[in-house]
Design a protein around this ligand. Sequence first.
Ligand code: FAD
Length: 390
Amino acid sequence: MDFSLSDEERAIRDTARTFIRKEVAALEDEVLRRERRGEPSITRDELRELQLKAKQFGFWGLSTPEEYGGMNLPAVMQSLIFTEIGHTFVPFRFGGEADNILYFANEEQKKEYLIPTIEGDRISCFAITEPGAGSDAANIKLSARPDGSDWVLNGEKTFITNGNDADFVIVVAVTDKEKGVRGGGTTAFLADRAMGWTSSFIQTMGEGGPAALSFDNVRVPARNILGEVGQGFELGMAWIGKGRYTIPSTGIGIAERALQMAIDYANVRETFGKPIGTNQAIQWMIADSETEIEAARGLVLRAAWAADQGMDNRHYASMCKLYGASMVNRVVDRVMQIHGGMGYTRELPIARWYRQVRLFRIFEGTDEMLRLIISRDLLRGYSKIGGHLA
Ligand SMILES: Cc1cc2nc3c(=O)[nH]c(=O)nc-3n(C[C@H](O)[C@H](O)[C@H](O)COP(=O)(O)OP(=O)(O)OC[C@H]3O[C@@H](n4cnc5c(N)ncnc54)[C@H](O)[C@@H]3O)c2cc1C
């Protein structure tokens, strides 16, 4: 068993670390100032500028195939980089990325949607969730009916990330009620905002916010079907699958940074004439946090490694998302506790993390749905305890 990084992995990780520390983290004070003023912490132009700078460092399209100018990094390497991103609370992501399912596009669609998205000239969003169908995604109702060479879409989507900024949406619609959602009755469409769908912003406890999308007789040409008719649900599940290891990878980075802040504070903050870190109550919070971070790292890297081996990693990915999301919530909560009243202020990033990481337990598979999947895998014998090491 080898837990070390190769020289190449370490070099890529360290370059990402240097870039994030030097270029991205430099904006942290400003991000907190803007947050206190109720302003967005980073503008789209600032993000773009950082992404283009990162491109000069060689970081562009972490998961994007080389033929599209990307790095095509293995999942383990991507996970390590997402952890580095988590070390800063500036909402940064590397550029040159597109939704994983946009690669199902045909050549025409690639020119019109995939490539401009990778280049950052177009903004996409992905919509499966509806007011009546979240965890139960198979209950979607937004319909598409054929009419000449078009399909006509009617219905609502909700909680769509980027939904208010996107100029096109990958929307999953019911195209054959008889077949049902799981039986090939759904299709994914590439629908431009100009085709007539509208969006309204949803305020959340985090920064930014998703949007509700409304489709009222929106005509989408048949050439805008992504993949095959009937493949919509399958594509939707593939889209969701990716976040299952990137979200907890970021969570590990956030937890590491927050825990380091707590350790530094525990060593200098004095009560009753001695540093608070000399109290067992504080020491235990630190010890539990470090232990849980390492447990999450093991789960996340195993899920990423399994993907790199071409194995079906869904069982591992569910476990790493479930554990990693709750781990970072527990760690940030303890870090706030260790900082006392200061932890609750907007002078420090802890309250910001607190609000941000709460989402990790909800989107791209709630804790409860992941538990359901993990136990179902075992009860039905799809997975065995211990996986490939059993
Ligand atoms: C900020 C944000 C961004 C999002 N971005 C997107 C996006 O880009 N695209 C998109 O399509 N969707 C997106 N979503 C939607 C997200 O995936 C859903 O909110 C999530 O799947 C949960 O669905 P729901 O909100 O309808 O909750 P519900 O499904 O109504 O669940 C409510 C509660 O009941 C629990 N529950 C449900 N069924 C069961 C069961 N069988 N057993 C036990 N417990 C159960 C859930 O775990 C949860 O605790 C986003 C959501 C948010 C908040």
